[in-house]
Design a binder for this molecule. Structure first.
Ligand code: ATP
Length: 275
């Protein structure tokens, strides 16, 4: 579990970005946690605090009940528990060829060569990018680069995966593939914390949400309830997921994804009667 205890963070003195945030990620049994909020409210800053790249200016972060240890050794250990994929995947590319880049962190941890090969091959297969193995990263598409960046983190088998804006720049097909990938990772036990402005994408993949406004969590809850207050969402410059709108305004059941809606036989029968 990742616990935030009265977390404060400021880049500059007297200009707080995160203010007295307390939360327990993983406590509710939710495996996919969404952090949503308007531009510049501190989502990326929060993520960088969670992986120890930024140090809180107040309060603390506990991972499995232990405060983060900011020594080089402590941060290396933390990376094996929490991995992050940045919004801009280019920021975390260290080698020019895919397989070398994915192996980068394992080399740093002195994992034996044959074990590295095995893990890299397994993860590339799992992410459906085996054919990219020997390709130069600079010629890959944005979606392919994103997958390579995710592979480079997953190869560490970390318990938590932080994805900052994973659908940024992806076309509808890339977005669908990202949904599938997240669902696949979750099905094999991966815990994920996500941030994205794409509210329908977030509604589809996350099961628990934290709403961040002006550096504080103003609301948190399960996907079934956290979006029920349209006024509060508008004040926070957020939209309701379209399935929640359909539920509230047309009094249809609350579906958790599009497929559920289109597969609703009772609804289809009612609509057929109207024709
Ligand atoms: N390195 C930095 N130095 C100073 N201020 C920064 C730095 N990085 C971010 N900020 C400021 O901190 C605030 C929060 O930024 P952050 O990137 O965490 O927000 P965000 O919620 O992730 O935004 P977005 O939705 O646009 O990605 C912003 O006002 C931003 O300008």
């Amino acid at each position: 579990m990742i616990e935030l205890k009265h977390l404060d963070f400021a880049y500059e003195k007297n200009h707080p970005i995160l203010k007295d945030i307390s939360a327990k990620f993983g406590e509710t049994g939710s495996n996919v946690v969404g952090v949503i909020g308007p531009n510049g409210t501190g989502k990326s800053t929060l993520f960088l605090n969670l992986v120890g790249m930024l140090k809180p200016t107040g309060g603390q972060i506990l991972v499995d009940d232990q405060p983060i240890n900011y020594s080089k050794k402590g941060l290396n250990q933390l990376r094996q528990k929490i991995g992050i994929v940045f919004q801009n995947s280019d920021q975390q590319i260290f080698y020019s060829i895919v397989k070398d880049d994915v192996a980068f962190a394992l080399h740093n941890l002195n994992v034996p060569e044959d074990e590295i090969k095995r893990r890299v091959n397994t993860i590339l297969r799992e992410l459906d990018i085996s054919e990219l193995k020997d390709r130069p990263i600079q010629y890959l598409s944005g979606g392919q680069k994103k997958r390579v960046a995710i592979a480079g983190i997953l190869v560490l088998n970390s318990e938590w995966l932080l994805l900052d804006e994973p659908t940024a720049g992806l076309d509808p097909d890339g977005k669908r593939r990202m949904v599938e990938l997240i669902k696949h990772l979750v099905s094999r036990g991966q815990k994920i914390i996500l941030s994205s402005h794409d509210i329908d994408f977030m509604y589809e993949v996350c099961d628990y949400f934290y709403i961040l406004r002006d550096g504080q969590f103003v609301k948190s809850g399960k996907k079934e309830t956290v979006f029920d207050d349209e006024k509060m969402l508008l004040e926070t410059k957020l939209d309701q997921p379209w399935l929640v709108k359909v539920h509230q305004k047309l009094h249809l059941p609350l579906y958790s994804n599009e497929e559920e809606l289109f597969a609703d036989k009772a609804l289809r029968a009612k609509l057929a009667k109207l024709e």
